[in-house]
Design a protein around this ligand. Structure first.
Ligand SMILES: Nc1ncnc2c1ncn2[C@@H]1O[C@H](COP(=O)(O)OP(=O)(O)OP(=O)(O)O)[C@@H](O)[C@H]1O
Ligand SMILES: [Mg+2]
Length: 375
């Protein structure tokens, strides 16, 4: 394994250090509405993981307000980084490199994390590396959190990445960008976006995913009295579409004499969630069959959905596929996944210059055309 020239084998005296010395990386994440910092080794051991959510700031608006996100990150980033270093049991001097999310995300939000990371790297002369947020989500399943003995998947694996801004199925042959291949993605809304928009029109607040999940658990889809469309149900296609589903829920609600309440609301949530889950599960399992890869990984905020986890587990058991589901804290935005992806880049000898800027789109190669049909 090639090491970056700045790599220095640690002989940390920290009592938390149990294994042989590895590369320790501080990760910073500010791509959307969570300010996060973490210290993680290149073997995936998580020493600290601090996440400060901005949900309360955005909730009155029913979604993330970019300007508010940037300002909140600017206030929080230094305290969050300090807390992550202190909680890790290491000092800044003992950290080998600085990793930061540079894409995809809100430009102003990304700029705050990037500036903080560059300032730290410059002041300490430590190697600096940028990370694609989606690669972070895809590798989150490999993190080793304290007390966890969950098995880690081998490469290759099929990953269903379902988050607030993205929904795609990937074949992941390794941790490098060039080894991640998109099999199919949404042509319009991300699954998390659909959860949030439907929750908003049902008056459930923001973020809507957890609220719909909670109500769906006590609802009965068969009693909802509506048949919702499964976008791109064609079983040969791995592309997805969720905007028609959202519109169908809106039309159904508009056709009712009054907005659904109580059990009727729970039944509608169950019907909506079941429709999304069926699309995600069936396409992911078919991708695993086509690629002849018997391992499936869930990633991203919507992977916290209990209905998705349960249905995917049921189908994987039936098809004899191994399913790897990260803990909730690794599904939603966090800096541990960024630190880990950055540590792997550094351990491959890769670094970035301090002139790196933010980008709103992922660097992963996309085969699905957003906003359009097949090419
Ligand atoms: N239990 C749940 N069920 C369904 N959706 C959920 C659940 N928990 C969180 N979500 C959804 O996950 C999304 C947030 O996930 P995440 O933080 O990974 O997205 P993001 O970082 O905003 O987007 P991206 O990673 O694409 O840039 C929100 O849309 C939220 O509603
Ligand atoms: Mg995310």
């Amino acid at each position: 394994m090639r090491r970056h020239p700045c790599f220095r084998a640690l002989t940390a005296h920290s009592p938390k250090r149990l294994k042989s010395p590895l590369m320790l990386v501080l990760g910073i994440e500010t791509s959307c509405d969570e300010t996060a910092a973490a210290v993680v080794s290149d073997s995936g051991d998580v020493y600290s993981d601090v996440v400060r959510s901005q949900i309360a700031s955005h909730a009155p608006y029913g979604g993330v307000v970019p300007e508010i996100a940037s300002r909140d990150h600017a206030r929080a980033v230094v305290p969050v980084v300090r807390e992550a270093i202190a909680a890790s049991g290491f000092t800044l001097a003992q950290i080998d490199g600085i990793a930061v999310t540079s894409r995809p995300g809100l430009s102003g939000a990304l700029l705050v994390g990037l500036s903080a990371a560059k300032g730290l790297a410059w002041a300490t002369q430590k190697p600096f590396v940028t990370v694609d947020h989606l690669v972070g989500h895809l590798l989150a399943v490999l993190l080793q959190r304290p007390g966890s003995s969950a098995p880690r998947p081998e490469y290759p694996f099929i990953a269903l990445l379902v988050s607030g801004g993205h929904t795609a199925i990937y074949r992941v042959n390794g941790p490098e960008l060039s080894l991640v291949h998109e099999i199919g993605a949404t042509r319009d809304d991300a699954a998390g976006e659909a959860f949030d928009k439907v929750a908003k029109l049902l008056g459930l607040g923001y973020p809507g995913g957890p609220q719909i999940d909670r109500l769906a658990a006590i609802g009965n889809a068969a009693r909802a009295g509506v048949t919702l469309p499964r976008g791109i149900a064609d079983h040969r296609s791995f592309e997805m579409s969720f905007s028609g589903l959202k519109s169908a829920v809106a039309r159904h609600v508009a056709s009712l004499p009054s907005p659904p309440q109580d059990q009727a609301l729970a039944d509608l949530c169950a019907a909506f969630q079941a429709t999304i889950v069926e699309t995600l599960v069936s396409k992911t399992v078919r991708a695993a069959a086509r690629e002849e890869v018997p391992r499936i990984v869930l990633a991203g905020g919507v992977a916290a959905n209990k209905g998705l986890r349960a249905r995917m587990a049921e189908v994987c058991t039936r098809r004899e596929l191994a399913l790897f589901v990260p803990p909730f804290s690794s599904c939603t935005d966090n800096a541990a996944m960024i630190a880990y992806a950055g540590a792997l880049r550094l351990s491959r000898g890769e670094t970035d210059t301090l002139s790196e800027g933010p980008a709103t789109k992922t660097a992963l190669l996309r085969v699905t055309r957003k906003g359009g049909g097949k090419r």
